[in-house]
Design a protein around this ligand. Structure first.
Ligand SMILES: Cc1ncc(COP(=O)(O)O)c(C=O)c1O
Length: 413
């Protein structure tokens, strides 16, 4: 058995050091974690193993939508744990159909497939596109996606992720992925053609730095998908299920627009892994018996928790819009005081602050001050707070952030 660093040095490690050493000794070294060991959470706060408290504005990357230990979610999990956790998809259970019905009402689409994560949802949706295209012509297999997008880490999702840094080590990837710059209608028109089986859009690019698709661009994707009989997919993994103040981000586009397929995951079951593909009837016919499946997908516990969350979300949507607008206003105000803030972007409770330098040190400094945020696309501070955050807690976060930015030492050009 390998020794941890602390053991090798003959020292008795602190609990935090012990956890970090053990991971360094036994885990694949693929994550660059922050030096923080989380132990428990309540409401908008999480606590580390030493009992220090942090205001959580990143929520496990947009997952803990109701914060931590929400009493209704805790109750449902306790109840269901004593009844049945998992049944597999060999049998029916009481909650998949109910949740799918709910998702149909929320999304305006028709049929759901349940999986466990965003990347799995994208994989299934890509199979839909391929199968849809193949029924028309063997040449119809291309998928058009956006530069700077992020759709997940599995091979299919990676192939349509428009960030070469994620591709390098794994090439060759799936053939037929074509990329266009965000909101570049001319480029889109040049790439979409008879060979296009699907077009994939993240309505708000999350990992890419909180960039919004314009209504005009979104409408053009719809028109081109119709013209070439391709499926239009909106990836709502990060911006879906209430985060923007609507059930799904695309519901903010005016005039209204519907994709053929939508994928979502992160907050869907408030921390229990659950993802889904929701499709209209036309897209749904591309997957027949035996063509796709999952052992865990749509498990009893996850579906029941998601139903409870959906009930709570119905009442929370106006609050998300209101507190999101307040947070955005406070960030815009900060931009006036710090010359190195390039831009503030986002909607609802999916917000980003683009700096002229890497945000990494700011994230670490904020953490020391009891505030959890993260940086994406190197320079963008990302805020994905719980939907239950209040204006008072936003003020607290802003005060901390202001202090951290005042002490920031931007690298000299
Ligand atoms: C838009 C989008 N799609 C897909 C994914 C992949 O989701 P997961 O990490 O659950 O596989 C993510 C994750 O951040 C995402 O933001």
């Amino acid at each position: 058995m390998p020794q941890t660093d602390a053991q090798a040095a003959g020292a008795r490690p602190t609990e935090t050091q012990h956890v970090m050493d053990l991971e360094r000794a036994y885990l694949l070294q693929n994550y660059a974690r922050y030096p923080l060991v989380l132990h428990r959470g309540r409401g908008c706060y999480v606590y580390d193993t030493d009992g220090n408290r942090y205001l959580d504005l990143i929520t496990g990357i947009g997952v803990n939508a109701l914060g931590h230990a929400h009493p209704r979610i805790v109750k449902v999990i306790r109840d269901q744990a004593g009844l049945l956790l998992h049944s597999s998809n060999l049998y029916y259970h009481e909650y998949q159909g109910r949740l799918a019905e709910r998702l149909a009402r929320m999304s305006g689409l028709a049929r759901t497939f349940f999986c466990n994560s965003g990347t799995e949802g994208i994989e299934g949706a890509m199979k839909m596109m391929r199968s849809h295209g193949r029924r028309i012509s063997e040449q119809k297999h291309e998928i058009v996606a956006l530069d700077n997008s992020f759709h997940g880490r599995t091979f299919g999702a990676l192939s349509i992720t428009g960030q070469p840094k994620y591709h390098h080590d794994f090439e060759p990837l799936l053939p037929g992925a074509r990329f266009v710059p965000l909101n570049d209608i001319t480029a889109l028109e040049q790439v979409v053609c008879e060979r296009t089986a699907g077009i994939v859009i993240e309505w708000i690019q999350g990992e890419g730095g909180i960039n919004l698709v314009s209504s005009e661009f979104a409408h053009r994707t719809r028109a081109l998908a119709d013209q070439y009989d391709a499926l239009l997919l909106f990836d709502e993994t990060q911006c879906g299920v209430g985060r923007t103040g609507r059930y799904f981000g695309y519901q903010l586009i005016e005039p209204a627009i519907l994709p053929d397929v939508m994928v979502t995951a992160k907050p869907l079951a408030c921390g229990i892994p659950l993802g889904c593909i929701v499709a209209n009837e036309r897209a749904a016919t591309s997957i027949g018996p035996g063509m796709h499946g999952s052992t865990f997908g749509g498990n009893v516990l996850a579906c029941r928790v998601a139903l409870e969350f959906a009930d709570i979300l119905d009442e929370l949507l106006p609050h998300i819009t209101q507190v999101g607008a307040y947070f955005r206003m406070k960030l815009d105000e900060m931009k006036k005081h710090f010359h190195f803030i390039r831009d503030v972007r986002g909607v609802g409770l999916m917000l980003g602050m683009d700096l002229e330098f890497s945000g990494k040190q700011i994230v670490l400094d904020a953490m020391k001050e009891g505030l959890l945020i993260n940086a994406t696309h190197d320079t963008v501070l990302r805020f994905l707070p719980p939907y239950i955050i209040t204006e008072e807690l936003v003020d607290r976060a802003i005060t901390t952030l202001r202090r951290v930015l005042r002490n920031a030492r931007p690298p000299q050009a």
